[in-house]
Design a protein around this ligand. Structure first.
Ligand code: GAR
Length: 217
Protein backbone atom coordinates (compact mmCIF):
# COMPACT_ATOMS: atom_id res chain seq x y z
CA UNK A 1 0.00 0.00 0.00
CA UNK A 2 1.40 3.46 -0.86
CA UNK A 3 2.32 5.55 2.13
CA UNK A 4 0.14 8.50 3.09
CA UNK A 5 1.79 11.84 2.50
CA UNK A 6 1.94 14.12 5.51
CA UNK A 7 2.61 17.82 5.86
CA UNK A 8 3.82 19.05 9.22
CA UNK A 9 3.09 22.70 10.01
CA UNK A 10 5.34 24.33 12.59
CA UNK A 11 6.12 27.72 14.10
CA UNK A 12 9.10 26.96 16.34
CA UNK A 13 11.45 24.41 17.82
CA UNK A 14 9.97 21.37 16.05
CA UNK A 15 10.56 18.62 18.60
CA UNK A 16 7.23 17.01 17.67
CA UNK A 17 8.20 17.32 14.02
CA UNK A 18 11.37 15.41 14.93
CA UNK A 19 9.30 12.68 16.62
CA UNK A 20 7.23 12.34 13.44
CA UNK A 21 10.37 12.29 11.26
CA UNK A 22 11.85 9.55 13.46
CA UNK A 23 8.62 7.52 13.36
CA UNK A 24 8.38 7.86 9.58
CA UNK A 25 11.93 6.53 9.24
CA UNK A 26 10.60 3.14 10.33
CA UNK A 27 9.80 1.28 7.10
CA UNK A 28 6.65 -0.13 8.75
CA UNK A 29 5.19 3.32 9.48
CA UNK A 30 2.26 4.04 7.13
CA UNK A 31 3.23 7.66 6.35
CA UNK A 32 6.01 9.69 4.82
CA UNK A 33 6.57 13.38 5.49
CA UNK A 34 6.25 15.12 2.14
CA UNK A 35 6.48 18.72 3.29
CA UNK A 36 7.25 20.89 6.30
CA UNK A 37 5.78 24.39 6.34
CA UNK A 38 6.68 27.09 8.84
CA UNK A 39 4.85 30.39 9.18
CA UNK A 40 7.97 31.82 10.84
CA UNK A 41 11.16 32.18 8.77
CA UNK A 42 13.44 31.50 11.74
CA UNK A 43 11.69 28.43 13.15
CA UNK A 44 14.36 26.04 14.42
CA UNK A 45 12.27 23.12 13.16
CA UNK A 46 13.16 24.04 9.57
CA UNK A 47 16.71 22.88 10.29
CA UNK A 48 15.38 19.49 11.38
CA UNK A 49 13.51 19.13 8.09
CA UNK A 50 16.59 20.14 6.11
CA UNK A 51 18.72 17.63 7.99
CA UNK A 52 16.21 14.88 7.22
CA UNK A 53 16.14 15.86 3.53
CA UNK A 54 12.45 16.82 3.64
CA UNK A 55 11.04 19.57 1.40
CA UNK A 56 10.37 22.67 3.41
CA UNK A 57 8.78 26.00 2.83
CA UNK A 58 8.33 29.17 4.83
CA UNK A 59 4.95 30.79 4.27
CA UNK A 60 5.06 33.85 6.49
CA UNK A 61 1.57 34.91 7.55
CA UNK A 62 2.87 38.50 7.75
CA UNK A 63 3.18 38.54 3.95
CA UNK A 64 -0.60 38.21 3.54
CA UNK A 65 -3.37 40.67 4.18
CA UNK A 66 -5.98 38.18 5.28
CA UNK A 67 -6.06 34.75 6.90
CA UNK A 68 -7.80 33.47 3.77
CA UNK A 69 -4.94 34.64 1.54
CA UNK A 70 -2.41 33.01 3.85
CA UNK A 71 -4.38 29.77 3.81
CA UNK A 72 -4.73 29.87 0.02
CA UNK A 73 -0.92 29.90 -0.14
CA UNK A 74 -0.81 26.98 2.32
CA UNK A 75 -3.31 25.08 0.17
CA UNK A 76 -1.29 25.70 -3.00
CA UNK A 77 1.85 24.27 -1.38
CA UNK A 78 -0.08 21.31 0.07
CA UNK A 79 -1.61 20.53 -3.31
CA UNK A 80 1.69 20.67 -5.17
CA UNK A 81 3.21 18.29 -2.59
CA UNK A 82 0.18 15.95 -2.95
CA UNK A 83 -0.48 15.99 0.79
CA UNK A 84 -3.11 13.65 2.28
CA UNK A 85 -2.96 14.61 5.97
CA UNK A 86 -1.75 17.65 7.94
CA UNK A 87 -0.17 17.52 11.40
CA UNK A 88 0.04 20.80 13.29
CA UNK A 89 3.09 20.60 15.54
CA UNK A 90 3.48 23.77 17.55
CA UNK A 91 1.85 25.74 14.73
CA UNK A 92 0.75 28.88 16.54
CA UNK A 93 -1.73 30.31 14.06
CA UNK A 94 -5.49 30.02 14.23
CA UNK A 95 -7.00 28.47 11.13
CA UNK A 96 -10.31 29.59 9.63
CA UNK A 97 -13.54 27.58 9.56
CA UNK A 98 -13.07 27.22 5.81
CA UNK A 99 -9.61 25.67 6.08
CA UNK A 100 -10.66 23.40 8.95
CA UNK A 101 -13.71 22.16 7.06
CA UNK A 102 -11.81 21.65 3.77
CA UNK A 103 -9.40 19.39 5.67
CA UNK A 104 -11.99 17.86 8.04
CA UNK A 105 -10.84 14.42 9.19
CA UNK A 106 -7.38 14.97 7.70
CA UNK A 107 -6.04 17.74 9.95
CA UNK A 108 -4.78 17.03 13.47
CA UNK A 109 -3.06 18.93 16.27
CA UNK A 110 -1.16 18.20 19.46
CA UNK A 111 -1.67 20.24 22.61
CA UNK A 112 0.13 19.94 25.97
CA UNK A 113 -2.90 19.44 28.22
CA UNK A 114 -5.69 16.99 28.80
CA UNK A 115 -8.25 18.81 26.66
CA UNK A 116 -10.80 20.26 26.99
CA UNK A 117 -8.96 21.63 30.05
CA UNK A 118 -6.29 24.30 29.57
CA UNK A 119 -6.67 25.37 25.95
CA UNK A 120 -4.51 28.21 24.66
CA UNK A 121 -1.15 29.56 25.78
CA UNK A 122 1.02 29.32 28.92
CA UNK A 123 -0.57 25.98 29.66
CA UNK A 124 2.08 24.60 32.00
CA UNK A 125 2.21 27.72 34.18
CA UNK A 126 -1.58 27.75 34.37
CA UNK A 127 -1.71 24.08 35.38
CA UNK A 128 0.85 24.62 38.16
CA UNK A 129 -1.07 27.68 39.36
CA UNK A 130 -4.34 25.76 39.33
CA UNK A 131 -2.78 22.99 41.41
CA UNK A 132 -3.81 20.15 39.11
CA UNK A 133 -2.39 16.76 40.09
CA UNK A 134 -2.64 15.12 36.67
CA UNK A 135 -1.55 16.70 33.42
CA UNK A 136 -0.85 15.36 29.95
CA UNK A 137 -1.27 15.92 26.24
CA UNK A 138 -3.93 15.44 23.59
CA UNK A 139 -3.99 14.75 19.87
CA UNK A 140 -7.23 15.87 18.28
CA UNK A 141 -8.87 16.64 14.97
CA UNK A 142 -8.79 20.37 14.33
CA UNK A 143 -11.92 22.46 14.36
CA UNK A 144 -11.97 26.21 13.85
CA UNK A 145 -11.92 26.78 17.63
CA UNK A 146 -8.36 26.87 19.00
CA UNK A 147 -7.27 23.62 20.70
CA UNK A 148 -10.67 22.03 20.23
CA UNK A 149 -12.06 19.19 18.16
CA UNK A 150 -12.67 15.44 18.46
CA UNK A 151 -10.04 13.76 20.63
CA UNK A 152 -8.04 10.91 19.09
CA UNK A 153 -5.67 10.09 21.96
CA UNK A 154 -4.37 11.33 25.27
CA UNK A 155 -1.43 10.60 27.53
CA UNK A 156 -1.55 11.52 31.20
CA UNK A 157 1.42 12.32 33.41
CA UNK A 158 1.56 13.08 37.12
CA UNK A 159 2.34 16.54 38.42
CA UNK A 160 5.00 15.92 41.05
CA UNK A 161 5.60 17.81 44.29
CA UNK A 162 7.98 20.71 43.62
CA UNK A 163 7.34 20.81 39.86
CA UNK A 164 7.74 24.12 38.09
CA UNK A 165 6.32 24.83 34.64
CA UNK A 166 9.52 23.75 32.85
CA UNK A 167 9.75 20.45 34.72
CA UNK A 168 6.13 19.69 33.96
CA UNK A 169 6.54 20.73 30.30
CA UNK A 170 9.50 18.36 29.89
CA UNK A 171 7.54 15.44 31.38
CA UNK A 172 4.59 16.12 29.08
CA UNK A 173 6.79 16.64 26.01
CA UNK A 174 8.29 13.18 26.43
CA UNK A 175 4.76 11.77 26.12
CA UNK A 176 3.88 14.10 23.21
CA UNK A 177 6.67 12.54 21.20
CA UNK A 178 5.14 9.07 21.64
CA UNK A 179 1.52 10.09 21.38
CA UNK A 180 1.69 12.01 18.11
CA UNK A 181 3.10 9.20 15.93
CA UNK A 182 0.74 6.68 17.60
CA UNK A 183 -2.31 8.83 16.81
CA UNK A 184 -1.18 9.58 13.27
CA UNK A 185 -0.77 5.86 12.62
CA UNK A 186 -4.28 5.21 13.96
CA UNK A 187 -5.69 7.88 11.70
CA UNK A 188 -3.95 6.64 8.56
CA UNK A 189 -4.92 3.05 9.23
CA UNK A 190 -8.55 4.16 9.50
CA UNK A 191 -8.78 3.10 13.14
CA UNK A 192 -9.52 6.58 14.49
CA UNK A 193 -12.68 7.68 12.74
CA UNK A 194 -14.72 10.79 13.18
CA UNK A 195 -18.28 10.10 14.21
CA UNK A 196 -20.11 13.38 14.68
CA UNK A 197 -18.23 15.30 17.33
CA UNK A 198 -16.15 12.44 18.71
CA UNK A 199 -13.76 9.66 17.80
CA UNK A 200 -15.38 6.54 19.27
CA UNK A 201 -13.20 4.77 21.81
CA UNK A 202 -12.70 1.39 20.14
CA UNK A 203 -10.48 -1.57 21.04
CA UNK A 204 -8.15 -0.48 18.23
CA UNK A 205 -7.74 2.93 19.84
CA UNK A 206 -7.24 1.37 23.29
CA UNK A 207 -4.62 -1.07 21.98
CA UNK A 208 -2.69 1.46 19.93
CA UNK A 209 -0.71 3.28 22.61
CA UNK A 210 -2.74 6.40 21.89
CA UNK A 211 -4.24 6.36 25.37
CA UNK A 212 -1.74 6.26 28.21
CA UNK A 213 -2.23 6.58 31.94
CA UNK A 214 0.50 7.75 34.30
CA UNK A 215 2.62 4.99 35.78
CA UNK A 216 1.65 4.02 39.31
CA UNK A 217 4.48 3.95 41.80
C1 GAR B 1 4.28 21.46 22.01
O1 GAR B 1 4.31 21.32 23.41
C2 GAR B 1 2.85 21.42 21.49
O2 GAR B 1 2.04 20.54 22.23
C3 GAR B 1 2.43 22.85 21.71
O3 GAR B 1 3.53 23.61 21.30
C4 GAR B 1 4.72 22.86 21.58
C5 GAR B 1 5.56 22.82 20.33
O4 GAR B 1 6.79 22.25 20.59
N1 GAR B 1 1.25 23.16 20.96
C6 GAR B 1 0.31 23.98 21.39
O5 GAR B 1 0.37 24.59 22.45
C7 GAR B 1 -0.89 24.11 20.47
N2 GAR B 1 -1.88 24.91 21.07
P1 GAR B 1 7.67 21.67 19.42
O6 GAR B 1 7.85 22.83 18.42
O7 GAR B 1 8.98 21.31 20.06
O8 GAR B 1 6.96 20.50 18.81
Amino acid sequence: MPKARIAVLISGRGSNLQALIDAANDPGFPAEIGLVISNRPKAAGLERAAKAGISQETIDHKDFETREDFEAALNDALKIAKIDFICLAGFMRRLTDGFASDWRGRLINIHPSLLPAFKGLHVHERMIEAGVKLAGCTVHFVSSEVDAGPIIGQAAVPVLPGDDADMLAARILEQEHKLYPACLKLLIEGKARLSGHTVPYTNDVAASGAVTNPPTT
